[in-house]
Design a protein around this ligand. Structure first.
Ligand SMILES: Nc1ncnc2c1ncn2[C@@H]1O[C@H](COP(=O)(O)OP(=O)(O)OP(=O)(O)O)[C@@H](O)[C@H]1O
Length: 193
């Protein structure tokens, strides 16, 4: 079994990595979706109350509240697969969450940091244009300082593997496939010719 958790600053490529996994028909558990679901369950609109509910969940159930909800979903997704199960977990943000996954899956858990320079991420988010903040470099800087302040910097430092997403999208997707298939960022060039 291989459980791959991704961490990365906004625009680094986590969503693309999840898209690659889905294309390979591998299950993806998105920590943000767990929060969105809980927000809806409380009768609130996730686009407005996402951050507030994430905070409330942590206050009510402790800092691993979201990880605790994801772990049974990951197990279930792994059990449903034939052959060697591989599950991608999108969006780890703190060491408490990483430790929870290591407790649950031990050596089968692989933490992967996705990294790209600020300018490249700002440009990609600008092109993506999903959120108004994506277009504003100052807002992006604030957002990532907040994320780093919540402990994401430590998670990035603790990663088992790093994918540098500073080349073409195709190259990045190939590296993601290598991690999903073999647990390494090494691309076997011959095999992909
Ligand atoms: N190597 C690349 N070359 C060109 N475009 C890329 C590359 N990697 C990612 N992108 C594009 O950059 C944008 C941001 O990537 P993505 O959505 O995967 O980031 P993310 O880490 O999920 O960000 P967030 O945390 O804000 O959701 C997307 O439109 C994606 O398609």
């Amino acid at each position: 079994m291989r459980i791959i958790g991704t961490v990365g600053l906004p625009g680094s490529g986590k969503g693309e990595a999840a898209a690659v996994a889905r294309e390979e028909e591998l299950p993806v558990v998105t920590m943000g979706d767990v929060i969105r679901e809980e927000t809806r369950r409380r009768g609130l609109d996730p686009s407005e109350h996402h951050g507030e509910i994430a905070q409330q969940l942590r206050e009510e159930e402790g800092e691993t509240a979201i990880a605790d909800r994801c772990i049974p979903m990951v197990r279930e997704a792994a059990e449903e697969q034939d052959g060697e199960p591989v599950v991608l977990v999108d969006g780890l943000r703190s060491m408490a969450e990483v430790e929870r996954f290591v407790d649950a899956f031990g050596e089968d858990f692989l933490l992967v940091s996705i990294e790209a320079p600020f300018d490249l991420r700002a440009k990609r988010l600008g092109d993506r244009g999903r959120e108004a903040t994506d277009l504003d470099r100052e807002k992006l800087r604030e957002r990532e300082e907040r994320e780093l302040g919540f402990g994401m910097g430590e998670v990035i430092d603790a990663a088992d593997l790093t994918i540098h997403n500073d080349d073409s999208l195709e190259r990045f997707r190939e590296q993601v496939r290598a991690v999903l298939e073999r647990g390494t960022t090494d691309i076997d060039d011959e095999a992909h010719q």
